[in-house]
Design a protein around this ligand. Structure first.
Ligand SMILES: Cc1cc2nc3c(=O)[nH]c(=O)nc-3n(C[C@H](O)[C@H](O)[C@H](O)COP(=O)(O)OP(=O)(O)OC[C@H]3O[C@@H](n4cnc5c(N)ncnc54)[C@H](O)[C@@H]3O)c2cc1C
Length: 500
């Protein structure tokens, strides 16, 4: 939907693409990865490729007649891509000979598309060490002739397909490049700029993985809700003696369902906000507005990715719990969502790395002004909530208290940056705290918008209940998370490795 119309896309905002993606990912997270990876490869070629490369590859990628992959990981390097070894040697005619092994390559081999356009990160001879010496290449499975027809098969092959915990419809491949002299690759942009190019797409890619957390939780919620209305077990308080009640009538099951429903609504709000910032970073009217949107997207993205994918695992776990024993057996299908959800906190930068990114790179943006501006923006909702009175004023109180904890945690992090292990020790609980507070703010904002808009009473009430539940059940965790985030690294490093 958001691809360039020049290559067959619809040119719609990324936020619309994000919203439209959700049901596809809910329907089948693994299957959706084929187009997700294609979109990633499309974005890299679109942003940094030559006109000729764009004309040659993009139309068929936008239509998904050809799919795409992203080849970063190698056996000895996942998080630390600076250790990469795959080689790219110039052929003298503008192309390169690529050789090396990549692992964990999603959609690396399959026969559902005529061609697969691999994007491969590799080092050219004499490249600087570390991430500064990495270049990005287009390495098609079948070389593409000038008239667009498919030519000879390239020197690359899938050596094996991993057996995994979940996403079984997505082949995760070990790829060997250049076993017979070298696969032909074509440089995107300039040499040694590969990691920089990856960074330009990182926000979108991380947001898409965050969306997997949301979508898989939504799928699990829909199934759990249907089951909870149907499954008769026990007698709910107040129901007639001798009858069995649908389990949705039990308080604990309602707690689980509302936990799922409210976190899902909160994640959706965060992801739409983040996606809209990415649109505004490109299209807002002034340089200053574009700059501000870019900074806010940078701040929100690690939270979108890590908070949503951790929740994806927790909420799909609740889905299994709502099904009871039937959740643990495969025939209901609800266990699959828990297994599928588990990869999202790992790939596209583990959630531990997202927390580090938030604390060490994003909080200090513009000397802390980006984060303080966003906290002030969230805080400004309180006046409107108080003006609405009643339960809405209660939401303001809970939000103000949670924001105070987040502010305290943020100040502590900024003040303790000079001793990175102090800040890093609490980075994960800090990210959780940040996500929760954004969630409380999103739900309170929705509740107020519903009250002030022209909506049915039932929707106004539903939004208020969601915001109130979250304010009463989740926001009070803020003080504990702040304490955990700011307790420092003493105990983490008190034991030697042998004492673990
Ligand atoms: C199903 C699947 C699909 C994938 N698809 C692709 C793909 O299409 N293309 C691709 O290139 N890759 C892909 N990957 C690879 C994925 O991106 C990596 O697995 C991921 O980046 C983590 O790298 P690693 O596995 O080497 O873990 P490691 O880097 O070894 O990390 C192990 C643990 O150590 C932690 N850790 C590492 N370094 C630090 C640090 N500096 N500070 C704190 N903690 C740290 C990590 O957070 C993690 O908990 C896929 C992986 C899987 C399992």
């Amino acid at each position: 939907m958001d691809c360039d119309p020049e290559y067959g896309g619809q040119g719609l905002p990324y936020v619309m693409h994000t919203a439209a993606q959700e049901p596809f990912v809910s329907a089948n997270m693994a299957f959706n990865m084929y187009q997700g990876l294609t979109h990633g490869a499309y974005s890299a070629i679109h942003a940094h490729g030559s006109d000729e490369q764009k004309q040659k590859y993009l139309p068929k990628m936008v239509s998904c007649e050809w799919t795409g992959t992203m080849n970063l990981t190698e056996p000895h390097c996942g998080t630390d891509l600076g250790l990469m070894r795959t080689k790219a040697v110039p052929n003298g005619d503008g192309s390169y000979k690529i050789s090396g092994q990549k692992i964990f390559i999603s959609a690396g081999e399959h026969d559902m598309a005529e061609n697969i356009i691999h994007l491969v990160l590799a080092r050219t001879p004499g490249a600087p060490p570390g991430t500064k010496g990495i270049s990005c290449f287009i390495v098609p499975k079948f070389l593409v002739n000038d008239d667009g027809s498919l030519g000879e098969e390239n020197d690359l092959r899938c050596v094996s397909i991993e057996h995994k915990l979940g996403i079984h419809a997505s082949p995760t491949c070990v790829m060997a490049y250049g076993d017979n002299g070298g696969a032909t690759g074509f440089l995107i942009g300039e040499e040694n700029m590969g990691m920089r190019y990856m960074f330009t797409m990182m926000n979108n890619a991380r947001l898409s993985v965050g969306l997997e957390g949301l979508s898989i939780a939504e799928r699990s919620y829909q199934q759990s809700l249907a089951y909870a209305k149907e499954r008769l077990q026990g007698r709910a308080i107040g129901s007639d003696p001798g009858t069995s009640s649908p389990i949705i009538e039990h308080a604990d099951v309602r707690r689980m369902l509302l936990t799922m429903k409210t976190h899902i609504e909160a994640m959706r709000g965060l992801l739409y906000l983040d996606a809209a910032c990415l649109d505004r970073a490109k299209h807002d009217a002034t340089d200053e507005a574009r700059d501000n949107a870019r900074d806010l997207a940078a701040l929100l993205t690690p939270i979108s990715k890590a908070w949503s994918t951790d929740l994806g695992c927790e909420l799909t776990g609740l889905g299994v719990q709502i099904f009871g024993g039937m959740g643990f057996v495969e025939e209901t299908g609800v266990a699959q969502h828990l297994r599928d959800a588990r990869i999202a906190p790992i790939y596209e930068g583990t959630n531990g790395i997202q927390a580090i990114d938030l604390v060490l790179r994003k909080l200090p943006l513009k000397g802390g002004e980006v984060v303080s501006g966003f906290l002030a923006h969230m805080g400004s909702l309180s006046a409107d909530l108080e003006a609405a009175g009643g339960d809405y004023a209660g939401l303001a109180e809970a939000l103000t208290e949670a924001l105070a904890q987040l502010q305290q945690g943020t100040t502590w992090m900024l003040e303790n940056m000079s001793e990175p292990n102090e800040a890093l020790a609490g980075a994960t609980p800090f990210l959780r705290l940040f996500g929760n507070v954004i969630g409380g703010w999103v739900l309170a904002k929705s509740a107020l918008a519903a009250l002030n808009g022209d909506y049915e009473d039932s929707l106004v009430q539903e939004k208020l209940v969601s915001a109130r539940f979250f304010a009463e059940q989740v926001l009070p965790l803020s003080s504990g998370l702040r304490a955990s985030a700011t307790s420092g690294s003493r105990d983490l490093f008190a034991l030697g490795a042998a004492q673990f």
